[in-house]
Ligand binder design. Structure first.
Ligand SMILES: O=C(O)CCC(=O)C(=O)O
Length: 281
């Protein structure tokens, strides 16, 4: 079992995050990336047919393809709709969410009754961005207030190397101990942000992380991601886990039981169980 050691526990309590390298093997990423490629293929095929071509840019590399497809067919074609944000409910994604190496770490923070939380995202941060679209925020504000005390932990997982140049995560170390801040709403995007005067005056940690690594962080940690000034897409997945016996703050959407001692027979075995729960919710 890969548990956090005492030093990592102390660091997590103090800083509100941990940068972990070499946590997720390639064989876990490959099916996720294959699922994303398949979703892009579907979207690109639909868009290309409308444009009278059948070019889906299939030979392009993963970290360029969606950008090229959007350039060809326009953002309005929404080619990424089958994979972005909460669309990726696939076997590959389920394999990542239930990777024992991740669940062991999660268990050492929130205990053995683990719900894969309904709030998750697959994000493509597009190249050539001058201003980041993800500003300072705390993830907990996106959940109903009844989840404020629910033991919960977040994981941010890059599918490509995340660097300062392509907009890796930035965090305010220790900010999870400074309370929930007021958040405004950013125009029509639905995204929330904290204004500069409400930010604690502590230093910002820029957190580059190579593919295979992840950032484990507290749901109250103030974080953002920088602009993507590179020429490639910064793909990432963010997921959360919460104590399965406590409110998720998203009662209308279902997560799935990822590990449990008390309710072992209810643990989701495949992504089909997850889909079934989503339909029932
Ligand atoms: O992926 C990003 O750019 C930002 C992710 C984020 O803010 C989150 O995981 O809450």
């Amino acid at each position: 079992m890969m548990l956090l050691n005492a030093t990592q526990h102390a660091e997590f309590s103090e800083q509100g995050y941990l940068l972990l390298e070499d946590l997720i093997p390639d064989e876990i990423f490959e099916p996720v990336i294959a699922d994303i490629e398949q979703g892009i293929e579907r979207g690109a095929l639909e868009a290309s047919e409308e444009h009278g071509t059948r070019n889906t840019f299939a030979a392009e590399p993963f970290d360029r393809r969606l950008a090229l497809v959007e350039e060809a067919f326009g953002e309005a074609a929404n080619v990424g709709r089958h994979v972005l944000y909460k669309s990726l409910k696939t076997a590959g994604m389920f394999g990542l969410m239930t990777h024992p190496g991740l669940l062991d770490l999660v268990e050492s923070i929130i205990g053995p009754e683990i719900l894969s939380h309904p709030q998750f995202n697959c994000q493509a941060k597009m190249p050539g961005e001058e201003i980041s679209k993800v500003r300072w925020h705390q993830d907990l504000v996106y959940l109903d207030a009844d989840a404020e005390e629910t033991p919960m932990v977040n994981l941010w997982i890059p599918l490509v190397d995340a660097t300062e140049a392509n907009g890796c995560l930035e965090v305010i170390s220790g900010s999870h101990r400074t309370g929930l801040k007021p958040h405004g709403r950013l125009g029509a995007t639905g995204k929330r942000d904290i204004s500069d005067e409400d930010l604690p005056s502590v230093s910002v940690a820029v957190c580059p992380v190579r593919r295979g690594g992840a950032i484990l962080f507290h749901p109250r940690l103030i974080h953002r991601s920088g602009p993507n000034r590179s020429e490639k897409i910064r793909w990432s997945i963010d997921i959360r886990y919460s104590d399965a016996d406590q409110p998720t703050g998203r009662e209308s959407v279902s997560g799935f039981l990822a590990r449990s001692r008390r309710r072992a027979t209810e643990v989701a075995a495949t992504h089909l169980d997850w889909l079934r729960l989503m339909e029932q919710a």
